[in-house]
Design a protein. Structure first.
Lengths: 335, 308
């Protein structure tokens, strides 16, 4: 049954990939900037531009260009960066691990803080606790992250001097030997504790800032879902047979209540991916967001599209994983 | 024929269950507002925040002490003082005046983007729900493609393609945003169109358009209003985010996101420059979120049963 579901999802995935690349191609195709002109450089004569246009196949009909684009895509060729002249795929490979590291850290912080917070406010529904959590939710969702990131730098680096300003490592340290691309994991593999500690300290601030809006959402969802579950008959049964409250809440209710926030994890990954653009820019965190930011300033179109494509893939695939995990946690779900 | 139609629909207008006299309706609404405010006191705060902002936007020329784009190199990078409430930026422009004028831009962004997104979404959602079959399937799969993008990323790609600027930023965000409305309104129409009173209206001979506008659409207005209010905050944040990374509104236009972006290199030395525009952004978005939350409570049938 689950196999059939997976197969259906994979077919849908293929459809989404065609759609997404089609949409990105459409954007690239319809930009007012002439790509041949940009690629030829500012000093090129009209004849040179025309030659290049033919060489790049930009004079062919749109559907031929799209098919060529797709063929190149399947070979892993996303074109060359107009800024560094390196293949886009190479750029993406070197920047992706940093973004994933930051994303995973933010998600972990989100779950570790929001779940207990939500459970607590559901178990003790006081008017004050409810108001505080409502206010926090409105604030957490309403804060411009790039601004929060700046304030965090101002407070924790500028005033308190407890955390670094930005970057992934102190300038005096060299990155560890490349293994996964995540400095924390690579430093652990190399057994370099100093490097590990330094990378971890650099991760704290950006990860917390990224997690803030997600904590607001998850804790609210967790609270309402927990309240719903606690009102059900089997909880009353568990209580009436004399189970301690700790067990009723922690074991019987929690597992079912976790399902609702889990459905949101997929969506949250989407928001986090978008937010990497802003947070990485402020913290000079060498990930995809930082890469995109620099590409935007130099109008490096192939790189911008490459980043959009990769982030989209990460989003779609993680959503698929969440669906599978959902079936695993709740055995009642049949596909 | 026309006269005949209006007669029949008059009957239909009174036929939905629960339809009461207009005075009763007003009283009912006021009662619900009172109950919702009791259960959600923060709604008052939200309404206050947004009302202030609208007043500031309307009376910007009266409130702002200086011209928002007037350069004054002698007074550059001044800290907040009586003369310059929020200090000045590197070009000596008064940040308070710029923040005040920024309210106009952000309100316009919120209204325009949400209006475009909601109309496009409503049109697509309704078409899908009413036509059904292959058209429904095709439109919904088309929507899914847009949903496969993380929101800010699609807006970034489109905005980068169109080139920087407030119009292209608004267009980019609207293109990203309509999907939510399409799905929601499709769902609403799907559930409403099978109601008995819709069948009744159709049976008496009301045209398709009339059934849609008079009987189906009113049921979509409530949830859409809540969604619109909650979305407006997110839209403002997204456009500000695009401005921050250099795509949306371009300096020297006094847009809050662009102002934070301009001042972001000065956070350690001239903290006031990026701080106050960001604070204004928070004011607006938190206000919109609180109002949205309040509206949701207002329309929540579970709250209606509670005694006032």
């Amino acid at each position: 049954m689950i196999l059939r579901y997976l197969l259906r999802r994979c077919i849908f995935l293929l459809f989404v990939i065609v759609g997404v690349t089609g949409l990105l191609f459409l954007i690239t195709y319809s930009i007012p900037v002439d790509p041949a002109r940009v690629a030829a450089g500012p000093g090129a004569t009209p004849k040179q531009v025309e030659n290049l246009r033919q060489k790049l196949g930009l004079d062919r009909p749109a559907y031929v260009q799209y098919l060529t684009y797709m063929k190149n895509l399947f070979r892993g060729d996303l074109g060359k960066s107009t800024r560094t002249k390196k293949p886009v795929i190479e750029e993406l490979k070197s920047y992706l691990p940093a973004s994933l590291e930051l994303m995973v850290a933010a998600m972990l912080i989100n779950v570790l803080i929001a779940v207990p917070f939500g459970v607590l406010s559901a178990v003790r529904p006081g008017h004050l606790a409810d108001s505080v959590s409502r206010l926090f939710a409105a604030l957490g969702m309403g804060l411009p992250l790039f601004w929060v990131a700046l304030l965090a730098q101002f407070i924790f680096y500028g005033k308190l001097h407890v955390l670094p300003f930005g970057g992934r490592l102190s300038t005096s340290l060299l990155p560890p030997a490349h293994f996964t691309g995540s400095f924390i994991i690579d430093a652990l593999v190399a057994g370099d504790w100093l490097l590990f500690k330094d990378a971890l300290v650099h991760l704290i601030l950006p990860a917390i800032v990224m997690a803030l809006p997600e904590i607001a959402v998850t804790s609210r969802l967790m609270r309402s879902s927990m309240l719903e579950v606690l009102g059900q008959d089997y909880i009353r049964t568990a209580r009436s047979k004399g189970l301690p409250e700790r067990l009723v809440v922690g074991k019987h209710a929690l597992r079912n209540a976790l399902l609702v926030p889990l459905t949101m994890v997929g969506m949250q990954v989407g928001w986090i991916l978008g937010n990497t653009l802003l947070v990485e820019t402020v913290f000079s965190w060498g990930g995809l967001g930082f890469l995109a930011f620099n590409a935007i300033y130099k109008l490096d179109f192939p790189v911008i599209m490459g980043v959009a494509l990769v982030m989209c893939f990460v989003f779609v695939i993680l959503n698929l994983l969440v669906d599978i995990l959902y079936a695993y946690i709740d055995p009642r779900i049949l596909y | 024929m026309k006269r005949d139609n209006s007669k029949t629909t008059d009957v239909v207008r009174h036929s939905p269950p629960g339809a009461t006299q207009s005075r009763g309706r007003m009283g009912n609404l006021l009662r619900r507002i009172r109950i919702a405010l009791r259960f959600n006191r923060l709604g008052v705060v939200g309404l206050f925040l947004i009302l202030c902002l609208i007043l500031v936007a309307i009376f910007a020329p009266l409130i702002a002490p200086y011209d928002p784009s007037k350069l004054n190199i002698q007074e550059r990078l001044q800290p907040p003082s009586i003369r310059h409430l929020f200090g000045t930026d590197a070009a000596g422009r008064d940040i308070f005046s710029r923040v005040v004028y920024g309210a106009r831009i952000s309100l316009r962004v919120a209204v325009v983007v949400v209006a475009i997104a909601a109309s496009v979404g409503a049109a697509i959602g309704m078409t899908a729900a009413l036509c059904g079959g292959l058209i429904d399937e095709a439109l919904m799969r088309f929507t899914d493609i847009f949903l496969a993008f993380p929101p800010l990323i699609l807006a970034m790609a489109i905005n980068a393609g169109l080139g920087p600027g407030i119009e292209s930023a608004m267009f980019a965000v609207a293109v990203t945003w309509w999907t939510g409305y399409a799905r929601m309104i499709r769902g609403q129409v799907m559930t409403t169109k099978n109601n008995l009173y819709v069948d009744g209206a159709r049976a008496i001979g009301a045209s398709r358009g009339r059934v849609l506008i008079c009987h189906i659409l009113p049921n979509c207005i409530g949830p859409t209003t809540v969604e619109v209010t909650l979305d407006a905050g997110a839209v403002v944040l997204t456009v500000a985010g695009l401005s921050f990374i250099g795509l949306g509104v371009q300096p020297p236009t006094p847009e809050w996101g662009a102002m934070v972006s301009e001042g972001h290199g000065y956070i350690l030395t001239q903290w006031w420059w990026p701080t106050f525009p960001g604070l204004a952004l928070c004011w607006m978005v938190v206000g919109l979120n609180l109002v949205g939350d309040f509206l949701r409570d207002l329309l929540d049938p579970r709250l209606q049963g509670r005694s006032g």
